[in-house]
Design a protein around this ligand. Sequence first.
Ligand code: 5GP
Length: 198
Amino acid sequence: MLIIKSTLLNPSQKIIIITAPSGAGKTSITRFLLNKYPQLSFSISAATRKPREGEKDGVQYHFMSEQDFKNKIDANAFVEWEMVYEGNYYGTLKSELESIWNAGKTPVLDIDVKGAIHIQQQFGKNCLSIFIEPPSVEELKKRLETRGSETAESLATRLNKASYEISFSHQFNKTIINKDLAIACEETEQVIKEFLGW
Ligand code: 5GP
């Protein structure tokens, strides 16, 4: 859901969004960019899902209870938030973006398609949105199965959502097909360099 604009952040600041169906490779591409360019900083979202093995609070997400998340919605603390999967909320905190800009860096958001569209509406040309497309839904299924973090049910949910999300790809500034990860990383890097004038 879109959070409203009365307390909108300064939209003249730049923002980069990497969006994609889950399993399309956006996390690997984002990690590559962040390792290479210290001027970029990952925007850590708030999330109500349980941490996966190896995940730490304040690293992948600010993990929180549903009640805490709802309190933040009421306090207008999010630029955008979504119930990305049934029962699980994810959102971009204004405070997170502000602290990245204050450090003189550009935030990189790894968020879902709807959240990406809402950010684009708020930031206009200061937002670069990149859609990472899997070569096919079949390939995506293989990747999610290999990752091994999904139950049969959550896999089916993610695949259904992926087909739906791919239908939105034309709404973004750039689509990159992730057939070969190294090539996709390089293409994403080029688009970002152009956007930031590097
Ligand atoms: P996962 O549970 O696999 O970490 O992430 C599920 C999905 O939520 C991913 O597509 C991810 O990009 C998206 N997501 C993560 N943070 C946010 C957020 O702050 N806002 C929105 N709208 N989506 C998010």
